[in-house]
Design a protein around this ligand. Structure first.
Ligand SMILES: Cc1ncc(COP(=O)(O)O)c(C=O)c1O
Length: 454
């Protein structure tokens, strides 16, 4: 079917997630993808693009991986569905859970499967609620998260998210969610404040918030190692140790949302390793299956699991779970994904490519419109400003980001504009030559776009 015809049917019938619905209805240039191979995708006209965002920060092994397709098809033919409810089980979920505990920072623990990062973060909240109630800590219900943090879009996970678009007109955040500072030195630091003074101020603010809310009322803090959807914000080196010491003082757990960072993105298996976090529990999704099938997981140590297990025995059931928790086909694809990571040394490859990637990121700081080009491993955010000295953004916010993203697309590069930050996060299999191709296209697009935006 022609691109034009497909676009018309799309506009007539599809309700798009996370989209400007008004401009979409009038968009005459909708990108409709058709197929993919390696780090490239092709639209229905056959135009080739380098997928600079790995889909949505997820297709770590790139496109067209036959082994993943085979794993899915074999499992589908063998046992296309089975549930984990009421003590039933199946081998793909059993093997995947064992592997994840093995890879986790915990000696012993349990894995709860879901379908998305959002539902997994809901699960986190529900596990901590159940746990605290089971222990008689019935007031411990509040969650602390951060402005610009992204944890999903369900009612609970959107309440954790600290972005206006996930709250406005949705009557969110719900009660019981507090948002604290974004650890972004570039914008957040006061005049002449050093990075360590900035970090200490943020830690003090967290301490004050906990004191004000009452530590006996706080269930947990949730944080991404780096903020992805909030604009690829990299915390200062000492940020998490400083935050951790405040949390430790009040015995408040830290939920580590690794939905973007896990599995090699930041140069280590876990984002927590890169940023020195001490996770009390972990959320994963996306690269768990290289984005090929929807699957997420919450990983908790046994010390959190045990009171939950015992209380469920008294109630008769742990009353939370999804029809597709531990879907056998998704688990089979995830097992194969983890096998490929190990067999092909993907994490080591990503770490060494990440070093090179960051040299190209740094070079972008020389552009007149770039206020801060930042990143770690194979992820970056290029923040555009109208004035480098004052760090002033664009009016309206996002207008420059849109122009640059479109210019990139014209060049054959897919990036994501988050306001005026251009996010890039290519598949982990990317080679040095492809990194050069990617940044060469980005530089050409930015040069052209600067004629319009500056
Ligand atoms: C850190 C983080 N947590 C949670 C989510 C929500 O995941 P999902 O879109 O699968 O619900 C995302 C999605 O991008 C994310 O980046």
């Amino acid at each position: 079917m022609s691109l034009k015809k497909l676009a018309k049917i799309d506009q007539t019938n599809l309700f798009h997630p996370i989209t400007n619905l008004k401009s979409h209805a009038e968009d005459e240039d909708i990108l409709i993808l058709d197929k993919g191979e390696g780090v490239y995708v092709y639209d229905t006209n056959g135009k080739k693009y380098l997928e600079g965002l790995a889909g949505l920060w997820c297709t770590s092994l790139g496109y067209g991986v036959q082994e993943l397709a085979d794993a899915a098809s074999e499992q589908m033919a063998k046992l296309g569905y089975a549930s984990l409810f009421t003590s039933k089980s199946h081998e793909p979920a059993i093997r995947l859970a064992e592997k994840l505990i093995d890879m986790s920072p915990y000696n012993n623990g349990k894995v709860f499967f879901g379908n998305s990062g959002s539902d997994a973060n809901d699960t986190q909240l529900k596990i901590f609620t159940y746990y605290n109630n089971a222990l008689g800590n019935t007031k411990k219900k509040k969650i602390i998260s951060r402005l610009k943090g992204y944890h999903g879009v369900t009612v609970a996970s959107a309440s954790m998210t600290g972005l206006p678009a996930q709250h406005k007109l949705f009557d969110l955040p719900a009660e019981g969610f507090s948002h604290i500072d974004t650890p972004h030195y570039y914008h957040g630091a006061k005049d002449n404040e050093s990075e360590s003074e900035f970090v200490q101020r943020l830690a003090n603010n967290l301490d004050s918030l906990i004191y004000k809310e009452g530590s006996e009322n706080i269930a947990a803090m949730i944080a991404e190692p780096l903020m992805g959807a909030g604009g690829v914000i990299i915390p200062p080196k000492d940020y998490f140790p400083a935050i951790q010491s405040v949390l430790d003082k009040y015995s408040i757990p830290l939920i580590d949302d690794e939905v973007v960072c896990a599995f090699g993105r930041t140069g280590n298996v876990w984002g927590a390793e890169t940023f020195d976090m001490k996770p009390s529990s972990i959320t994963i999704a996306k690269a768990l299956s290289s984005g090929y099938l929807p699957i997420s997981a919450v990983i908790i140590p046994d010390e959190i699991y045990e009171p939950v297990r015992d209380a469920s025995g008294d109630i008769g059931i742990f009353g939370h779970g999804y029809t597709y928790s531990g879907h056998p086909v998704a688990c089979a694809v995830a097992i194969k994904t983890l096998e490929i990571y190990e067999r092909d040394n993907i994490f080591q490859h990503a770490a060494s490519m990440g070093d090179y990637f960051q040299t190209r990121v740094n070079k972008l700081n020389s552009f007149d419109s770039v206020g801060e080009a930042r990143g770690v491993g194979l992820i970056c955010g290029i923040e555009l400003v109208s004035n480098k000295t004052t760090k002033k953004g664009f009016d309206p916010m996002g207008s420059a980001g849109r122009v640059v993203a479109k210019a990139c697309q014209d060049e054959g590069l897919i990036v994501r504009a988050i306001g005026d930050v251009l996010a890039m996060c290519p598949p982990l299999i990317i080679t040095k030559k492809e990194i050069d191709e990617m940044f060469d296209m980005f530089e050409i697009a930015l040069t052209k776009a600067e004629e319009v935006i500056l």
